[in-house]
Design a protein around this ligand. Structure first.
Ligand code: ATP
Ligand code: CA
Ligand code: CA
Length: 402
């Protein structure tokens, strides 16, 4: 916060950052539309489009409007490659533009990194500031990541739809545009950021006091000692997806990522088709979108699972595509999940940290270790402690005399 009481990031007023980015993205994406789509070439991953926005505006070679800030520049990384990514997920340029050019909502970040998070008004995209080394890493990751997405769109890995850098007043601020995992029109009763480690994995007291805290591994184990129960097909589909995603992360030596789970409790009294009005918290926030399908992919799409016809959630919940689950005492849930925060590469600096931390604690329990170990522990935690497979009822149902 600066002397006039405005929110700042790297001493830049955040509203200025957002407006500048929106202007830059508009120009970059708008300009792309004029260009013929073609197959992505390797050099498209290396390309950087640089757009200057002088204060007074410019008429040549491409007009930019005058604005109330100092001169700034927006760099758009690999614009052609990212356009192709977006196309793969059915995101039309006009839709991307209209999502990104309306006012954002700022989210409070429970992370320690100090990154800013914004949500687009239509709930589809998250905008996150990233560190220089994370942006550099994403650039090197892009061709391989792209290859994986082309082969397999059913994934819980974060989808990066753009990487941009604001340059102005001697500052560089890098942001990524990603898919939003948590629909804001579905009330989340609990939210967990899980790593499969127990070392210091508890929400701190500041986080606990928030209206909607993000809880961690130890909190989960306390609150759900019997885990979250999935029917066996859903459990298998989820496990398979996470396994495949973890292989990809391992192959890039990535670690320190988390599994994000938003838990919506389905009210018992509303657990009947037809009554769909109460579980959603729209109305009090003018920016809150009307309930609708998450446009580009839902959790159920991502794990390649379908709702069980006998057990299908009601209208809105089916549309948001949350994963059906229940607790040991039969409370029905709808889960919103994905893997987040993957731009940490082991090779960059983790090795040293591991050596240091191992001296202090038991080497198994710390969250900084090597990528293969990290991935194994992550999956083991998710599929033994967090998710439990429901006993199969199929045979009794078929014979169903009881
Ligand atoms: P860290 O200190 O762990 O490095 P960070 O600033 O890198 O934190 P993340 O770990 O990426 O931040 O995310 C922090 C929180 O933001 C998550 O726990 C989650 O609540 C929320 N979040 C992150 N990505 C998404 C997403 N794609 N959709 C919805 N919520 C998200
Ligand atoms: Ca994190
Ligand atoms: Ca991080």
């Amino acid at each position: 916060v600066d002397s006039q009481g405005n929110a700042t990031f790297k001493r830049l007023p955040t509203n200025q950052l957002v407006e500048a980015l929106q202007l830059g993205i508009q120009y970059s994406v708008g300009g792309l539309e004029a260009r013929q789509a073609h197959d992505v070439l390797f050099q498209d991953f290396l390309a950087v489009e640089i757009i200057h926005f002088p204060k007074g505006g410019r008429s040549n070679p491409k007009a930019t409007p005058p604005h109330r800030f100092n001169d700034f520049t927006i760099r758009s990384y690999a614009p052609v490659a990212f356009r192709h990514f977006r196309e793969k997920f059915n995101i039309k340029p006009a839709d991307y533009l209209s999502s990104l050019c309306k006012p954002f909502r700022e989210l409070t970040n429970p992370g320690a990194s100090g990154s800013l998070f914004y949500l687009t008004a239509d709930d589809e995209f998250i905008i996150k500031t990233v560190q220089k080394k994370e942006a550099e890493f994403l650039k090197t990751l892009l061709p391989g990541y792209y290859m994986n997405i082309i082969q397999n769109q059913r994934t819980l890995l974060p989808k990066f739809f753009g990487l941009y850098c604001y340059q102005g007043d001697n500052k560089n601020i890098r942001i990524t545009v990603m898919n939003n995992l948590i629909p804001s029109h579905v009330q989340m009763h609990e939210k967990y950021d899980l790593k499969g480690s127990t070392y210091k994995r508890r929400a701190n007291s500041q986080e606990q006091q928030k209206e909607s805290p993000t809880w961690k591994d130890l909190d989960f184990m306390e609150r759900h000692p019997y885990g979250l129960i999935l029917d066996s097909e859903t459990y298998n589909a989820l496990a398979k997806t996470v396994q495949r995603d973890c292989r990809v992360l391992e192959s890039f030596h990535i670690m320190d990522y988390s599994f994000l789970i938003g838990v919506h409790r389905i009210e018992r009294s509303l657990d009947s088709p037809g009554d769909e009005s109460v579980p959603f918290n729209f109305g009090n926030d003018p920016l809150s979108p009307q309930p609708k399908r998450m446009m580009y992919s839902t959790p159920m799409d991502n794990i390649h699972a379908e709702f069980d016809e006998n057990n299908k959630p009601d209208g809105y919940l089916a549309k948001t595509g949350g994963i059906p689950a229940r607790t040991i005492d039969g409370q029905k849930l709808s889960l919103y999940v994905g893997i987040i925060d993957i731009l940490q590469s082991y090779q960059l600096r983790k090795k040293l940290e591991h050596t240091l931390k191992s001296v202090v604690t038991d080497g198994n329990q710390i969250s900084v270790t090597n990528p293969n170990y990290y991935s194994d522990r992550f999956q083991k935690f998710l599929f033994t402690t967090v998710f439990k497979k429901a006993p199969q009822e199929k045979s009794t149902k078929v014979n169903g005399h009881t």
